[in-house]
Ligand binder design. Sequence first.
Ligand code: SF4
Ligand code: SF4
Length: 254
Amino acid sequence: MSNSLKILYHQGKQYIPDLENAKISSKHSGKPLLLNSTCTDGCKECINICPAEAIQKDPVRLDLGKCVFCTECENVCPAKKITFTTDYHLASNSREALVMDASLSELPLFDPGKIREEIKGYFGKSLKLRLVSAGSCNGCELEMNAAGNVNFDMGRFGIEFTASPRHSDGLVITGPMVENSNFAIKSTFDAIPQPKILILAGACAISGGIFQNSLALQRDFIKNHFVDLYLPGCPPHPLTIVNGILNLIKSRKH
Ligand code: SF4
Ligand code: SF4
């Protein structure tokens, strides 16, 4: 007994009480800041090095829906225009808001005014989700699992994954949506009762990520369905996941 208590004391507090303001490792690459500094004439260093085609110029814009947070653009920029912070509040309910420029980079990415009326009031105390891996590398699934572990514990808000889409309130898609996954995506989504929500987790699901030009992808499902929540990252951090979902269902009570 005393040994067990010693071990518990040594391990410290595992549970993170305040997920919205939790401190995070300084090594984490989160929301970038785009400064107003002027680019060197004709410089395309950031565009050339980006593996995800996430940067456009004049003005410099960075698409968080494509970015894999490798920070190479920050490293090569001679004007020090791009700086990655540790801010994990990256989730958005607008695809357009994920394309940041210097004037937008300090604004919140999530707009509560854009939450669908059907969602408000339905899922505040319980949200069951079914995940379909649509060609993922498994990184996004690992972080989804981590969001439910003893540290992040999204189960305290009633947010859990279910085995059956018929017992779910929404679908989470990970991976770039290879053509062979289309039947699984569509049949799972169709089996979820109304009102249902759709979440895209990770750069691959949001935009195709580093696979965006692959001929193996078939992403028409996204063109034809309303997306309620985008979770940027490669993979998204559990704090991005939990805070994003809580913003969507507007639940902070547990
Ligand atoms: S951090 Fe994002 S925008 Fe910058 S080079 Fe890497 S993928 Fe591209
Ligand atoms: S976004 Fe990154 S971690 Fe997630 S499936 Fe794609 S490559 Fe893997």
